[in-house]
Design a protein around this ligand. Structure first.
Ligand SMILES: Cc1cc2nc3c(=O)[nH]c(=O)nc-3n(C[C@H](O)[C@H](O)[C@H](O)COP(=O)(O)OP(=O)(O)OC[C@H]3O[C@@H](n4cnc5c(N)ncnc54)[C@H](O)[C@@H]3O)c2cc1C
Length: 242
């Protein structure tokens, strides 16, 4: 439920209050002009947030929006979220205005897209909204001596975020009217030996719904088993707050 009348949003917030996590913004930094990394400090002593954990913020009187943790440090009681400030909705505006010292409340949701601990190879596909998730997955993969690889569809001005975050995947430019097409071309150019090494990976597809659908179909067509593919649509053209 992402947009509801204010009175209902107030009621839900007050009923859910005992379960809401309280935190304070302790650090903000711009990874690119429109990618804002925010660290929150709270009482997380009893939390065991896992990679893929989603969180929900009330971003104005009537709207709730979901985001993914990009890191969690239990010892420091901090967690981070990487917000894409696309400037088209209240979530983006709210995140753009978050400042150090500001208190926030959030609901901790499920880890909807779980990291597959059993797999040795992890392949990432997504866009700006996926960077937070893949940042934590990358850290997890390195800690487990697993391998990761992938291709993202980022706008050219956000490409530098990959090196800032030290996420070693490739990038192709996103095309509004041709979702996943550049990424599929990139896959087609992959050397057969490289594909032989990666075709058994766990594939994580997040971000734009249309891109995920097309990329998933492509993978199935290449013989990847459906159980190897984990998907979570984070946004859809013309729809608000998935
Ligand atoms: C489980 C889950 C986890 C998510 N994790 C993250 C995260 O870690 N970081 C993050 O930045 N986002 C994340 N998102 C996506 C984020 O919730 C959406 O982008 C959401 O639409 C933002 O709300 P808004 O109020 O800014 O825009 P809305 O009011 O929801 O949408 C306004 C308009 O903007 C368009 N829009 C939404 N997202 C984009 C986009 N990325 N590019 C272009 N147009 C867009 C919509 O289609 C709509 O037309 C996640 C979503 C889900 C469901």
């Amino acid at each position: 439920m992402c947009q509801i009348p204010k009175w209902l949003a107030d009621t839900m917030t007050s009923v859910a209050n005992p379960w809401l996590r309280n935190a304070v913004v302790t650090h903000t930094s711009m990874v690119s002009d429109e990618l804002k990394l925010i660290t929150f400090k709270g009482d997380f002593d009893h939390e065991n947030f896992l990679p893929g954990k989603t969180v929900q913020f009330r971003v104005d009187e009537s709207n709730f929006r979901q985001y993914t943790l990009s890191a969690f440090n239990k010892k420091d009681s901090t967690c981070s979220v990487l917000f894409y400030l696309h400037g088209k909705g209240p979530g983006s505006e709210w995140a753009a205005n978050l400042r150090t010292g500001q208190p926030v409340k959030f609901r901790a949701g499920e880890a909807t897209l779980r990291y597959n601990d059993e797999a040795k190879h992890h392949f990432f596909f997504g866009d700006e909204t996926s960077l937070g998730l893949f940042n934590w997955y990358k850290t997890t993969a390195l800690a487990c001596s697993h391998e990761y690889f992938g291709v993202l569809e980022l706008h050219p001005q956000h490409e530098g975020a990959l090196s800032s975050l030290k996420i070693m995947v490739d990038n192709v430019h996103s095309l509004a009217d041709a979702p996943a097409v550049n990424a599929i071309d990139w896959m087609e150019d992959m050397h057969p030996d490289c594909w032989a090494a990666w075709k058994g990976a766990t594939f994580y597809l997040t971000g734009r719904g249309l891109s995920i659908n097309r990329f998933r179909k492509y993978l199935l067509g290449k013989g990847v088993d459906a159980v190897q593919i984990r998907t979570d649509a984070y946004w859809a053209d013309g729809k608000t707050g998935l």
